[in-house]
Design a protein around this ligand. Structure first.
Ligand code: MN
Ligand code: ZN
Length: 492
């Protein structure tokens, strides 16, 4: 359910028009499930899938007399998220958010209200835009209603069933400031936030499984104005592509209303992927509708400075840091698809180790973004060490690029030692004198072509390189062959 975005009234520095005369104002609420072993307030397992209602107990079923106990690991993940998003991590308390929904057996959700654990941070996007983070608080997930028949919608279904496996799974809700000005920026924000959550180990980032859920607060205003008009909240958009489409549709709908002299109503709306439209779900609640009050069964959450410092020091390099690191190593000024692929999980640890051990950056990034990426999930037999060994051999010219690619796929298939793979595949390097002999042999066998090549028919280089490659059963390095050919030709 919704947090409470406290909309800021300061105008953005750079105005980007969405449509002639109109600016788009978007704030996103992202709910992420945390990768804990157990639930937020009980010891039931936090697992996706499985038989319905298997992971339940009196606490997460809301039975009378049961009491919540906070999961320390969930709090640690929440702090990791706060630190990674440059938030102020503070002492906080839990509140009860009261409303009825059949998938929430207590009739209230334990959440955080005016004193969240993380407040006032920001996330810098790859494009350089800085999006404010209002808050990132802890709360419990609800169960899940499954509508049987009728395409999964309640109105046309035959029956509705409830699965409480998800009830009480720990969530962090991350509420952005309304700083997002285009549908593309909304996608960029979610994509970068997802990468951060995965990098710090807090979430698996699976939007399709619902472990990352995005709600978008969308409004429009005349270009250059600082006002915040009525917003609509679009619930649970489950892919980046849908997010962009839903925001675009909703903004155009609101603009059309204003241009007819009408105004949108404050509503919670859903996104219909098939029809490509948003539709009204209910009029939007205000915070006071929930009758928040402090949760009497839980004590305040007061992480010590020492614990926060310990968590801070355990944070890995974040995606923005990885991006700058790779760009610096590659001597590039802007990111591209290959760099973005290489800095993501699970590839980055491979690239990082390769670079730290002296592999040429271009080789490490290319092998990770192409060959390793195509293997996902990466099998255990291809660990970081074996990957680095292969890259080092390519970087030193002991194997060619083509051979390195083949070695990566072979190393993924079995535990066989890399040196042995090189021998069995016949990838031993042809040494300089053997190579020279081979080139001379080929040249001697084709005197007529050689004379024309020396006489200036440069296109015959391909003929000779090909013939030497054939003679070496593909083991010779094309560049080395060309070099020897050039040397012999210079001598006449
Ligand atoms: Mn929520
Ligand atoms: Zn339980």
């Amino acid at each position: 359910m919704s947090g409470m975005p406290q909309y800021r009234l300061d105008a953005r520095a750079d105005v980007v028009e969405f449509a002639p005369g109109w600016e788009l104002v978007v704030g996103l609420e992202v709910h992420t499930e945390l990768l804990t072993v157990t639930k937020l307030f009980c010891r039931c397992r936090n697992d996706f899938g499985g038989a319905p209602n298997r992971n339940t107990c009196p606490v997460c079923l809301g039975l009378p007399g049961s009491l919540p106990v906070v999961n320390r690991r969930a709090v640690e993940f929440a702090i990791r998220i706060g630190l990674a998003l440059n938030c102020q991590v503070q002492s906080s308390i839990f509140h009860r958010k009261n409303y009825f929904y059949p998938d929430m057996p207590k009739d209230y959700q334990i959440s955080q209200y005016d004193v969240p654990i993380n407040a006032k941070g920001y996330l810098t996007l790859p494009s350089g835009a800085r999006i404010g983070i209002e808050r990132a608080h802890i709360e419990e997930d609800t169960g899940k209603i499954v509508h049987r028949g009728g395409g999964g919608r309640i109105a046309s279904s035959d029956a509705s069933l409830i699965d409480y496996n998800r009830s009480g799974i720990p969530l962090v809700e991350i509420v952005s400031s309304p700083d997002i000005a285009t549908p593309e920026q909304a996608r960029e924000y979610v994509s970068e936030l997802r990468a951060v959550l995965i990098a710090i180990g807090a979430s698996d980032g699976k939007m399709e499984e619902g472990s990352l859920r995005v709600d978008a607060n969308v409004s429009v205003r005349p270009t250059g104005s600082a006002e915040l008009r009525t917003r609509c909240e679009i619930k649970n958009v489950n892919s980046l592509r849908s997010l962009g489409r839903a925001i675009t549709y909703e903004a155009e709908r609101q603009i059309a209303l204003y241009e007819k002299g009408e105004a949108p109503l404050q509503q919670t709306r859903y996104w219909d992927e098939a029809k490509g439209v948003t539709g009204a779900l209910r009029s939007k609640e205000e915070a006071e509708d929930y009758r928040y009050f402090p949760e009497p069964d839980l004590v305040p959450l007061a992480p010590s400075d020492g614990w926060i410092a310990e968590i801070r020091s355990s944070l890995p390099m974040l995606p923005s840091g990885r991006r700058s690191y790779l760009l610096e190593k590659l001597a590039m000024s802007a990111t591209n698809d290959q760099v973005e692929t290489a800095l993501a999980e699970p590839l980055f640890p491979f690239v990082h180790e390769a670079l730290e051990r002296g592999v040429e950056p271009r080789v490490a990034v290319a092998r990770a973004a192409n060959e390793l990426a195509s293997l996902q999930p990466i099998p255990d037999s291809l660990d970081v060490d074996r990957f680095v060994t292969i890259c080092l051999k390519e970087a030193k010219g002991e194997v060619t690029a083509t051979q390195a690619k083949a070695l990566i796929s072979k190393a993924a298939e079995s535990e066989v030692d890399i040196e042995e793979l090189i021998r069995t595949l016949g990838f031993e390097r042809v040494d300089d004198s053997a190579l020279r002999q081979m080139v001379e042999g080929v040249v001697g066998a084709h005197p007529e072509e050689w004379a024309r090549f020396v006489g200036g028919e440069a296109q015959l280089r391909g003929f000779f390189v090909g013939a030497v490659m054939k003679a070496s059963s593909g083991k010779a390095d094309g560049k080395a062959v060309a070099a020897v050919l050039g040397e012999l030709a210079a001598r006449g």
